[in-house]
Design a binder for this molecule. Structure first.
Ligand code: ATP
Length: 303
């Protein structure tokens, strides 16, 4: 019987999230620069008599444990391709906020692919896993890839981006989540009514990443979904103001929100901003994180 495998699944923040107009097929083309962050879920995958999912930690009560969980879908898909039964118990310890715009579910799916590749000794390459990842969801390939990357299409077509230095972040977790489709619908509604701000291309932002200077990067951060997330949750304006007031270089809504991400000058500055935000009563809880970190990876194989 193979030993259980533990895999770390990193969250992400979109440093740049440009959203094109709604396509006739109901999707939007994206131009995004992702960064993988140290705030992560851990998954333990162990051989078992049947497939099961257990969830504990941050927001666990809101996460399904049945076939609708993305890790269940990932396990069934990989087992099918490998011609075997998905006999595995998957225990998820959530650190990433659920429905928080940080791709927690996608990260768990990527971690399941990496973990089962190891547990079942399948020998699949990163490229092969990436193809399966793209079938599971548009953020799953990046969760596998990690680091900093430019995503196009629906975010699943990736190119690595040179990023010097480690950047330090404070994350303000909101009381309730936001559903990603509802935020895209709200953006379409706002665009039908008027002209919410639109980002240009991310060239300058990528230059700032290559230079590794948080002061240059800060004013270039941007998210086309932010206006829609703020329209659905106006209280996030206070959160964003409070973070910048506490000394962050910049703040933005992460992905479809409602988590707000604040870029800070240093690790020490991030700890100070986090402490002040936690006392300001503008969010449910506060975390510090750094990035870029690697994509989903095996931490340890238990003896
Ligand atoms: P994204 O930014 O990728 O659109 P998100 O980070 O806002 O997503 P997730 O935490 O990934 O949101 O989850 C969105 C919904 O997916 C949850 O409300 C939950 O019902 C469902 N879900 C399925 N599998 C998982 C999982 N493993 N972890 C968290 N949520 C999951």
């Amino acid at each position: 019987m193979p030993s259980p495998v533990v895999v770390r699944a990193p969250s992400k923040v979109n440093l740049h999230l440009g959203v094109a107009d709604l396509r006739p097929d109901g999707y939007h083309d994206l131009t995004t620069v992702f960064q993988a962050l140290s705030l992560a879920d851990d998954l333990r995958l162990a051989p078992a008599a049947s497939l099961s999912v257990r969830v504990s930690g941050e927001g666990a009560a809101e996460v399904p444990t049945d076939r609708t969980n993305l890790v269940w879908k990932a396990a069934v898909r990989l087992a099918h391709l490998a011609g075997r039964a998905p006999l595995v118990e998957i225990a998820i310890t959530k650190g990433v906020p659920v429905a928080g715009g940080m791709a927690g579910g996608s990260a768990d799916a990527a971690a399941t692919l990496v973990g089962l590749n190891e547990l079942w000794d399948l020998g699949l390459t990163r490229e092969e896993l990436s193809t399966i990842a793209a079938e599971l969801g548009s953020d799953v390939p990046f969760s596998l890839h990690g680091g900093t990357a430019l995503g196009t299409g629906r975010g699943e077509r990736l190119l690595p981006v040179l990023s010097r230095n480690t950047f330090h972040w404070v994350l303000a977790l909101a009381k309730d989540g936001l559903s990603t489709p509802s935020v895209f619908r709200e953006l379409d509604r706002l665009r039908a009514e008027g002209e919410p701000p639109r980002l240009g291309d991310p060239q300058k932002l990528m230059q700032a990443l290559a230079a590794g200077d948080p002061h240059t990067l800060a004013p270039l951060l941007g998210n086309d979904l932010q206006a829609a997330a703020l329209s659905l949750k106006p209280e996030l304006r206070r959160t964003l103001r409070a973070g910048v007031g506490a000394g962050a270089l910049a703040g933005l809504v992460s992905g479809s929100g409602p988590t707000c991400a604040f870029l800070c000058e240093s690790e020490e500055a991030a700890i100070g901003v986090a402490a002040e935000l936690a006392g300001a009563g503008v969010c449910r809880s506060v975390r510090t994180a750094s990035g870029p970190v690697p994509g989903a990876r095996v931490l340890d194989t238990e003896a």
